[in-house]
Design a protein around this ligand. Structure first.
Ligand code: J2J
Length: 534
């Protein structure tokens, strides 16, 4: 088995410990301590079933001991593919308690991704559920080259029902080294298959402890997981793990649709939740049609992709709570707008880093520092940003500098206050005959049109211009005419080269596994069309 590691040079580790970031906390100890401190408080609910901290800890420990009884060993990797169901938590915390390593897959992943994750992590087992949204995940698990397939709920022949995986907690090993790898998270994967991200107990717990503080979580808070639970945003910013760290309650939402999520927020008194921009637009649209009555909700976080100012300004008036923008990545660095930032900062930036020791470099393509206010490539290193992917030498050579900075692939501007404004991915920019067009800029303009629900601008290869811009528009009702859109843009007095060369209307956008709009798919489609014409 390829060993797992994630390490920082000694001088950095010493600094991160000295400054109190890394405190030697571990996930098994975290849950055990919370269960001892407030056994009867509710940790997890799906609106029906309720597990207290003591019950969750007990279930996790019995499940972990059950994994050992199956013959699995500490250090083994266990792939987890589950939807937003309570069983996810005893599964993951049970794997931790047994000294094993969860590897997170998202429910939207299919054979290609799941087989890739199982293979690269050398998974010895998979924990999954029968069906998620009609797809047979247990069947997929059984078809993989994995020794044990454990299933929550309806279990097919050949798989092991999760409730039968139970052992004596006395057989569990001692707590792991806080510097050791706790789990493998997966990269957002804008290119190719997801890469595996080894995160340590110390580094991840630091990021979720600070995130919980930044979001003001305490034992009275109620965090709702609206996005998939296994995604890094939902898990740690501050997410379900941050909520458990703070002794708060986690509510699992089975679907992000407003007709499911709004009643659950009202019933459970949810105080905070996180969304990706396409979902935020759906919620805003629903709230515009009928007052949502979400009086318990204090914070709606939006992140994962750029939330444009035109949309951001609608959140507080329509949902009646504070907006928090979150710009994070599973590799580490997370930025938040703070709850007391001025409104223009909250609607117009993607926040600032968690830590004083998050080092930020913004470089031009030649590797020179750019001044504040100018866009450049974001590189970062710090107390919770990885120094290497697992078993990926060529990705590591591309993604990390020699002195350990992670190349995020994001283009950002830094304001003098330290807040970052994301301009897009390095490859989102449209280079139209040398004129650089920011897709986000044009999208924000398009969102101001009264008939536009959402818009995405991508490049099309062009034999004359190099690239030209195509706007995909999801209209609110009947599509306006492209000429109306162009006239509207001219009326906003923008450079003529920013007016999209092509305008197309769509009913919906293809999305990634966590629900971000997939620009890659739109670009690929256009590229295929161009190639077909040639
Ligand atoms: C623009 N782009 C953003 C934002 C992420 C918290 C929040 C999100 C993630 C996440 C996460 C963005 N505006 N507000 O892990 O803990 C894009 C960037 C980034 C990539 C990372 C978290 N927030 N992005 O989305 O690993 O391009 O993490 O580099 O899935 O999403 O994707 P991922």
């Amino acid at each position: 088995m390829t060993p797992l590691s994630q390490s920082w040079p000694d001088a950095f580790s010493a600094r991160y410990r000295d400054r109190g970031y890394w405190r030697g906390e571990t996930f098994p100890a975290m849950l055990r301590d919370r269960a001892a401190a407030y056994p009867d408080r509710i940790a997890i609910t799906d609106g029906g079933l309720r597990w207290s901290y003591a019950e969750l800890n007990d279930r996790a420990r019995r499940f972990g001991a059950g994994l050992l009884a199956l013959g699995l060993r500490p250090g083994d990797r266990v792939l987890v593919q589950m939807g937003n169901i309570p069983a996810f938590f005893p599964a993951v915390f049970g794997i931790f308690a047994a000294g094993m390593i969860p590897v997170y897959a998202l429910p939207a992943h299919r054979r290609t991704e799941v087989a890739h994750l199982a293979e690269t992590s050398e998974a010895a087992a998979i924990v999954t559920q029968g069906r998620i949204g009609g797809f047979d995940h247990a069947g997929l698990g059984l078809s993989l080259a994995v020794a044990h397939v454990i299933v929550a709920g309806d279990t097919p022949e050949g798989a092991i029902p999760m409730e039968t995986v139970a052992g004596d907690p006395a057989t569990l090993p001692a707590d792991p080294d806080p510097q050791s790898v706790a789990f493998l998270q997966i990269s957002g994967g804008s290119t190719g298959l997801p890469k595996l991200i080894p995160r340590t107990h110390d580094d991840y717990i630091y990021s979720l402890r600070e995130s919980a503080a930044i979001c003001g979580l305490d034992r009275e808070s109620v965090f709702m997981a609206t996005l998939p639970v296994a995604h890094n945003f939902t898990m740690s910013s501050p997410g379900t793990f941050g909520a458990l760290y703070a002794g708060a309650r986690v509510v699992l939402c089975p679907s992000p649709r407003p007709d499911v999520a709004f009643p659950l927020i009202r019933r459970e008194g949810v105080t905070i939740t996180g969304l990706v921009p396409p979902l935020a637009l759906l919620w805003l649209d629903a709230a515009e049609r009928e007052a949502p009555g979400l009086s318990s909700l204090r914070i709606v976080q939006v992140g994962g992709a750029k939330f444009l100012p035109e949309s951001a300004r609608r959140v507080e008036p329509l949902l009646g709570c504070r907006l928090q923008q979150v710009f994070g990545m599973a590799e580490g660095l997370v930025n938040y707008t703070r709850l007391d930032d001025p409104d223009v900062v909250v609607t117009g930036t993607q926040g600032r880093p968690i830590s004083q020791d998050d080092e930020i470099l913004i470089l031009d393509d030649a590797g020179n520092l750019v001044p504040d206010g100018m866009p450049g490539n974001l590189l970062t290193r710090g107390p919770y940003t990885i120094r290497a992917y697992h078993a990926a030498p060529s990705a590591n050579a591309r993604s990390f500098t020699e002195d350990g900075f992670y190349r995020t692939g994001d283009i950002v501007i830094r304001r003098p206050s330290g807040h970052l404004v994301v301009q897009g991915r390095a490859n989102d920019q449209i280079n139209r005959s040398g004129e650089k067009i920011s897709a986000e800029d044009v999208e924000d303009l398009l969102l101001g049109h009264p008939d536009v629900f959402d818009a995405v601008v991508v490049s099309i290869p062009d034999s004359r211009l190099g690239e030209r811009a195509c706007a995909f528009i999801r209209p609110k009702g009947a599509p306006p005419r492209p000429a109306d859109i162009r006239r509207y843009m001219r009326g906003r007095e923008v450079a003529a080269f920013k007016i999209p060369d092509e305008i197309r209307f769509v009913h919906e956008f293809a999305t990634t596994a966590v629900g971000k709009i997939s620009r890659r798919q739109l670009r690929d489609m256009l590229r295929d069309e161009v190639l077909a014409e040639e």
